[in-house]
Design a protein around this ligand. Structure first.
Ligand code: TYD
Length: 212
């Protein structure tokens, strides 16, 4: 399939505010006349939503690391073929809440899985599709833990299997993101997520506007 649009992914540790920032960027791009499609990983398709339930259900504590890894890619393979590639072929800007950098950070750095097979699975699941730009919303660990705790209590969320991991796990994920940002400086834009929603959105816009 011919790719014509722009593929932008949003990344960061839990509670960083990437979902809010992605919606705000989507609104701003639409207001400037761009066709925009927003999607999410895991999820984004009906099959992806079913896979997401398995992945995030706090009762599935026995899910092993390799099964978890494959399920994240199963959701992504479906989303790439059913939603992302067709939208890019139509010339849309596709915004995706998490993508393979999440797998490198959480399953790679967090769980300690080898990154090479993760990249090989990425080639299979995404058929060579890679983000043009990735916005990394960067916050510190304390803010992350506090925000996700508050949100999970407020929403009485059952999707807490990963949030419930130890502080040491989340610290490894954060370090993994910083290593990715260093490794791919042309693709990954890091934006400070500790400022207000409004000023973070402005910083995202300033860095993105020239690239769409
Ligand atoms: P998300 O819905 O973005 O949750 P949050 O809003 O709390 O950040 O993502 C769900 C969880 O899945 C999140 O804890 C990160 C985790 N995850 C992985 O471990 N690997 C992956 O490849 C992806 C896409 C997400």
């Amino acid at each position: 399939m011919q790719k014509r649009g722009t593929f932008i992914t949003f990344e960061g540790i839990d509670g960083c505010g990437k979902t809010t920032q992605m919606h705000l960027l989507g609104e701003r791009l639409r207001a400037s006349g761009h066709p925009v499609v927003e999607t999410i990983e895991p999820g984004g398709t009906e099959i992806g939503r079913q896979i997401r339930k398995i992945l995030l259900d706090a009762r599935n504590a026995e899910l092993n690391d390799r099964a978890e890894l494959l399920l994240y890619f199963a959701s992504r393979a479906q989303n790439v073929e059913q939603v992302i590639q067709p939208a890019l072929a139509r010339g849309a800007i596709v915004l995706c809440d998490r993508f393979t950098d999440s797998t490198l950070a959480y399953q790679g750095s967090g769980r300690g899985l080898d990154p090479e097979p993760i990249l090989e699975l990425d080639r299979i699941a995404c058929a060579g599709l890679q983000p043009d730009v990735t916005v990394l919303i960067d916050i510190d660990l304390e803010t992350s833990m506090e925000r996700s705790r508050n949100r999970n209590q407020r929403l009485a969320s059952a999707e807490t299997r990963i949030d419930d991991e130890s502080a040491a796990f989340h610290a490894r994920v954060l370090a993994g993101y910083h290593a990715l940002a260093q490794k791919y400086p042309d693709r990954i834009i890091a934006v400070d997520g500790r400022a207000s929603i409004c000023s973070t959105a402005q910083a995202v816009w300033q860095r993105i506007a020239s690239r769409v």
